[in-house]
Design a protein around this ligand. Structure first.
Ligand code: IPE
Ligand code: IPE
Ligand code: MG
Length: 244
């Protein structure tokens, strides 16, 4: 089997630790965010080489608005700069950009830029790079519930039609595959509201490495670890099937 056949279909990364990385260097937090943007390039290139289908990066949570306004503003500027600066590289590498989150609540210029690059890269087939930006798992599920309720009220569906597939179809990106692996950098052991629905059976890989120090090589290590996992999805392994 070729490596790409074995590569996970969907990997998510909670890119955490930028602030602490900067603080360690006696630099302002935004210095860490800038360094974090460089790590995105290295990891994206490696993910493409490895044949991963979709890489979803947690860039900004619905809770991150609680941060000081200067930090939020710096992050938004960085997102805009990233989109403008990386577009050509994404196009050259056959990477399709997508995004999940309440995109319409983002500053207008960031939202416009995001829509523009999503359109220009829409035919990329080497990797789908999805940015979770102004994203929250609870918000996504609440938004899906609202859509389903509206469909039920208009008579398009009946309450008894609402099953797991109907919920999946009402999410921000209905064709998003379930997560195979969630990587979190920065040492915390929590999901922080990242893709709660899609992470139901994801393998978790937690590393103390701060995001700016994470790179393609470390992605390989994480994927190798993933391959050693035993995924049962609630069932049993082949040799354990004998009951009596
Ligand atoms: C992750 O790094 C980036 C965002 C949440 C936007 P942090 O900014 O959370 O860095 P730490 O966790 O404070 O070190
Ligand atoms: C999670 O990191 C969000 C992103 C990486 C975008 P946080 O730094 O916001 O998470 P908490 O606050 O430590 O849970
Ligand atoms: Mg953090």
């Amino acid at each position: 089997m070729s490596y790409s056949e074995q590569a996970p279909r969907h990997v998510g990364i909670i890119m955490d630790g930028n602030g602490r990385w900067a603080e360690r260097r006696s630099q302002p937090r935004v210095f860490g965010h800038r360094a974090g943007a460089k790590a995105v390039r290295s990891v994206t290139e490696e993910a493409t080489r490895m044949g991963i289908g979709q890489l979803t990066l947690f860039a900004f949570s619905t809770e991150n608005w609680k941060r000081p306004p200067e930090e939020v503003k710096a992050l938004m500027l960085l997102f805009g700069r990233y989109l403008r600066g990386e577009e050509e590289r994404l196009l050259n590498n056959g990477i399709r950009l997508r995004a999940v989150g309440r995109l319409h609540e983002l500053p207008k210029d960031v939202h416009n830029e995001l829509e523009r690059v999503m359109t220009s890269t829409q035919n990329g087939s080497a990797l789908t790079l999805c940015l979770a930006i102004n994203y929250g798992g609870h918000t996504e599920i609440a938004d899906a519930c609202k859509k389903l309720a509206e469909r039920a009220t208009s008579g398009a569906i009946r309450a008894e039609d609402i099953d797991e597939q109907a919920i999946q179809d009402a999410l921000y990106q209905p064709d998003m595959p379930p997560l195979d692996l969630v990587i979190r950098t920065g040492g915390e052991m929590r999901l922080s509201n990242f893709l709660l629905w899609q992470a139901a059976y994801a393998e978790l890989y937690l590393t103390p490495t701060y995001w700016p120090d994470f790179d393609g090589e470390q992605l390989r290590v994480a994927i190798a670890d993933f391959h050693a996992r035993n995924r049962r999805f609630g069932g049993l392994n082949e040799p354990q099937r004998k009951v009596g």
